[in-house]
Design a protein around this ligand. Structure first.
Ligand code: C2E
Ligand code: MG
Ligand code: MG
Ligand code: MG
Length: 284
């Protein structure tokens, strides 16, 4: 069979490339419409310490009428390329702050909300005013906002980014380094800048209980982070064996499908309303 089609291999390759190009155009087009119409939804995934929720991460969901659900892993990089990410992040930020304030006012939860902010945003003068505006509009205290940024923010202009980070800290918001270890290493910046938290990328967490080299590496990251008074979060924890190993090594907080996948606001509200007080404690 494959022999038969052998001669068509190149053609097949072109065909699939053409399809993915068309798919890409379709996503771009639909994404622009979605931004105009605000066709997004926020999901929420807790981070926990000893079965207490310490923070809630807001994760964007987009369901297009034709394309169905498109993963943020697919559409966020496209949005960054075609210049839509600023508006998308703004939407997430405003909605997340508003939701968290609502939960606070209802006495359901008093923890920081974590919002993912694209590296692209750190090249903009508009970031600081945007954060101020989100806090102002929601009425939420700055210490209840945690920004998750990836190491890639440091690629372009580390000095400029450092300045933005200092200004954000002055505002009183918290800063987390997401996907730590995944890409460009920010060990140097990590030693220099006033971050509050690092989140170890899922690739280092998966099967950590079965991989001694992985465990050794992650343990050394924990030790450095703790020496710097940084909170360490493990992302993508899916089973008890992973969690137990991480806790034994000194991991501060856990996030992943084991405790809860990201869920929509109705499901989260129900969960919070039914949870006992100890679960939704106020962090110090
Ligand atoms: P992230 O911030 O590192 O979020 C973690 C991703 O891992 C999320 O994927 C989450 O659903 C998934 N996840 C959580 N626990 C587990 C687990 O136990 N196992 C596995 N396999 N996966 C788990 P999601 O929601 O698809 O988001 C992907 C990425 O898109 C995020 O990675 C973040 O970088 C980006 N993103 C999401 N929302 C926004 C946003 O509003 N603005 C920006 N700039 N980026 C966003
Ligand atoms: Mg994140
Ligand atoms: Mg990750
Ligand atoms: Mg992450």
């Amino acid at each position: 069979n494959s022999k038969e089609k052998g001669g068509n291999c190149i053609q097949f390759f072109n065909e699939s490339m053409r399809n993915s190009f068309q798919e890409r155009l379709e996503i771009e087009h639909s994404l622009r419409l979605a931004v105009d119409k605000g066709q997004f939804e926020l999901y929420f995934q807790p981070k926990t310490r000893m079965n207490s929720v310490t923070s809630m991460e807001a994760l964007l969901r987009w369901k297009d009428p034709q394309l169905g659900y498109v993963s943020p892993a697919t559409f966020i990089p496209i949005a960054e390329e075609i210049g839509l990410i600023l508006q998308i992040d703004e939407w997430s930020l405003f909605m997340a702050c508003k939701q968290n304030k609502e939960w606070q006012d209802e006495g359901l939860l008093h923890v920081p909300i974590s919002v993912n902010i694209s590296a692209k945003h750190f090249q903009q003068d508009s970031l600081i005013p945007l954060i101020k505006k989100a806090l102002e509009l929601s009425g939420m205290e700055p210490r209840y906002l945690k920004l998750e940024i990836t190491e890639s923010v440091f690629i372009k202009d580390p000095l400029q980014v450092a300045e933005v980070i200092y200004r954000l800290k002055q505002l009183g918001v918290l800063i987390s380094i997401d996907d730590f270890g995944k890409g460009y290493s920010s060990m140097y910046q990590l030693l220099q800048l006033p971050f509050d938290e690092i989140k170890i990328d899922r690739q280092f967490i998966t099967d950590i209980h079965q991989d001694e080299k992985k465990a050794l590496l992650v343990k050394s990251i924990f030790d450095i982070a703790h020496g710097l008074h940084l909170n360490v979060v493990a992302e993508g924890v899916e089973c008890e064996a992973e969690r137990d190993r991480l806790l034994q090594m000194g991991c501060d907080e856990i996030q992943g499908y084991l405790f809860s996948p990201p869920v929509n606001k109705d499901a989260m509200r129900k969960f919070l309303a039914e949870a006992d007080d100890q679960l939704v404690r106020v962090p110090d």
